[in-house]
Design a protein around this ligand. Structure first.
Ligand code: PMP
Length: 420
């Protein structure tokens, strides 16, 4: 069956199609996962002996296989000694880092003495640039960390707001940052934003940036954007322990089944080592080994990412094309054209997002719940929609974009009818 949208699709016709489309989560499509089939097919060929002969089938190497740490170092631009190669998910590292800080405190000052456990320091809070990543916010909620939303701009968080809050309020212990192709706005942190984050005075001496570099390799254009080296910038600013960096190969090879890294100052790595040694005897080094043999180096990774881009970019272009055609003239409607990452942010007039998601849902199109990209799930303007075009096929993406557009247009028409 062709899934080309019928001419003059309106909301009723879209609803009649009852398509069962899902644009709610930023998952890689099966064709993207197929790009790394060799990881499965050649798993046995990767063997179990590390470069130095270490038997990867056995316990040990808490901080990861040396060659996996080196690969992380090369890809993240951090000395390998400051990189930990861990399990399959960077999100779980972020969760653990926050849980460790709450339970045990973090290194503070030159001595590396731990601060008091954050949970013993009373009410604590994180700055949350919004729109942001719903799972970051879920971690804060689950662990009882108060969230303070700060405005997000195209070049990163509003730094005047951030600096004023962090300077004055000692209960602010951390901040979520997604420096490149931020989820879900596509923001790219400007060098000056990174420098200000790295050097700003903080009332809390144990303040940390949770630096989630999830989309570091995920370009959608010919320009491979890169953000300033925040670990070096913070060290240069006398704030060497400020940054905890996280990244993974989830959207490079196998989502949730790849290799995740934690990178930070030597004192933070020592802290991580002490905290994780209670939790595990060591990571899955067989998986690390086969990833190292498969991904190899920066050049191999870049070639693989170009193949991802070839699959992803047409989907993003399709959404943009449909939105331009359908929504280009709609007053108060705008969206971003991300240069990388997995999401498009669509903004309707205030008070329209929730109803758009509802209408789309009634027509069989699942969107991310309105408000999900904001702390506590509340978009104060009820205007933001997160569009995740990666998983469905190109035809489905095109039809889903039409569905989003007709749902939003129906909300606008209803409001107009009520106003007249
Ligand atoms: N961080 C961000 C910003 C993400 O968008 C995602 C995936 N949607 C993750 C982390 C999850 O990464 P992982 O699979 O390594 O846990």
């Amino acid at each position: 069956m062709s899934m080309s949208p019928p001419d003059a699709l309106n909301y009723e016709r879209f609803q009649q199609l009852q398509m069962r489309l899902d644009m709610s989560r930023g998952k890689p499509a099966p064709e993207q996962l197929d790009l790394s089939r060799a990881l499965l097919d050649d798993a046995a060929a990767a063997g179990f002996r590390a470069r130095d002969g270490f038997d990867c089938r056995n316990y040990g190497l808490l901080l990861g296989l040396p060659e996996a740490r080196e690969l992380g170092g090369e890809l993240l631009g951090v000395p390998p000694a400051q990189v930990v190669a861990a399990g399959n998910s960077s999100l779980e590292l972020m969760h653990d880092a926050l849980a460790f800080a709450l339970l045990h405190g973090v290194p503070q000052g030159e001595s590396g003495e731990r601060s008091a456990p954050w949970r013993a320091q009373g009410d604590i809070a994180f700055l949350c640039p919004a729109p942001g990543y719903d799972r970051h916010f879920a971690i804060c909620e689950a662990l009882g960390v108060r969230m303070i939303a700060v405005p997000m701009r195209a070049d990163g968080p509003d730094m005047d707001v951030v600096e004023a809050l962090v300077r004055e309020d000692a209960s602010i212990k951390g901040m979520w940052c997604m420096p490149l192709y931020s989820n879900p706005t596509g923001a790219i942190y400007a060098d000056d934003v990174v420098r200000r984050l790295a050097s700003m005075p903080a009332a809390a001496p144990d303040f940390r940036l949770f630096w989630d570099d999830a989309y570091r390799f995920h370009h959608l254009t010919d320009t491979a954007h890169a953000t300033l080296d925040v670990i070096a910038a913070s060290a240069a600013a006398g704030q060497a322990d400020r940054v905890l960096m996280f990244a993974s190969l989830s959207k490079v090879t196998i989502a949730g089944g790849a290799l995740a890294w934690f990178a930070a100052s030597p004192r933070n790595v020592a802290w991580w080592q002490r905290c994780t040694s209670v939790r595990t005897i060591g990571p899955d080094k067989l998986n690390q080994l086969r990833h190292v043999r498969y991904v190899r180096d920066r050049a191999t990774l870049d070639a693989l990412m170009a193949r991802h881009r070839a699959l992803l970019a047409p989907k993003f272009a399709a959404v943009d094309e449909v939105f331009r055609r359908r929504l280009g003239q709609a007053s108060g409607v705008r969206w971003n054209e991300p240069e990388g990452g997995y999401f498009i942010s669509l903004y309707g007039p205030d008070g329209t997002a929730r109803r758009t998601v509802e209408l789309a849902g009634e027509a069989g199109l699942v969107l991310t719940p309105a408000g999900a990209a904001f702390p506590y799930g509340v978009d104060p303007l009820d205007s933001h929609l997160r569009i995740a075009p990666s998983f469905p096929s190109l035809d489905e993406v095109r039809l889903a974009a039409e569905g989003i557009a007709v749902s939003l247009l129906r909300v606008l028409e209803t409001d107009q009818a009520l106003a007249t």
